[in-house]
Design a protein around this ligand. Sequence first.
Ligand SMILES: C[S@@+](CC[C@H](N)C(=O)[O-])C[C@H]1O[C@@H](n2cnc3c(N)ncnc32)[C@H](O)[C@@H]1O
Length: 231
Amino acid sequence: MFKDSLTRRRLLSHTLASGGVAGASYLGLTRELSAQASGTAAQAEGPKLKIYDDNWMRRENCDIHLIEWLDQQRITDAAIYHFGTGGHHHVGIECAKPERRSSVFGITASPQEYENYVKLVTGRPEVLRYYNVVFGDIYLLNEKLLPTFDVVTLFHLCEFRGPQTDAYGGLTDLAVTNLLTDKTRPGGHILFYTGSFAFEPAKVVIAQWEKQRRVERVGEYKSVLVYRKAA
Ligand SMILES: C[S@@+](CC[C@H](N)C(=O)[O-])C[C@H]1O[C@@H](n2cnc3c(N)ncnc32)[C@H](O)[C@@H]1O
């Protein structure tokens, strides 16, 4: 299947490179590839991405308390990885303000929340400078595409992983936590949400993680559980 599709792509690029022959087979091939790209072709078999089919507009305590904690710690100009933007984009908007100027790299698995982001930054380019969001799945994180962060939020650990995630070989919650810890600078912070509906399973993951990475528990700020990576 893969080999076949590769061969067809090569054939197309070869046809284009050699000046483009507008024959029936060429047109059929471009139409098919274009349909594949736009998602209108018959879907390839295989598991589909587990999206978050909602647009979360109510600011949860975790996001509110994160901003309070940053201010209490006088953290500005930081690089922050934020798991679960919400459709309100509270963290990105707040961090972009002149008094904070922290840069936030957010991830959402919700097409609707991502659409809100596009509308937000289209109207407010000054927010875009400090706030980038990807539509994606945290369980498909690719370490090669991530820089180093000062602060990582894992507020929704264990909340949304499911059999569908396993079907496409998604990372475990522990693997995500380890990966993002490796992407945290020494002395940087990793934060969890004690108010999460999945905090019980998350606690199990955190206990395993403490044995696998050099981190120390700093304490709690309201609903936010704070760890520091060893310097
Ligand atoms: C309940 S909302 C909370 C949003 C925000 N943090 C707040 O506290 O208001 C959960 C968020 O997690 C995101 N999410 C769910 N599953 C995800 C996944 N697999 N990868 C990345 N983000 C995900 C959703 O897109 C949504 O933004």
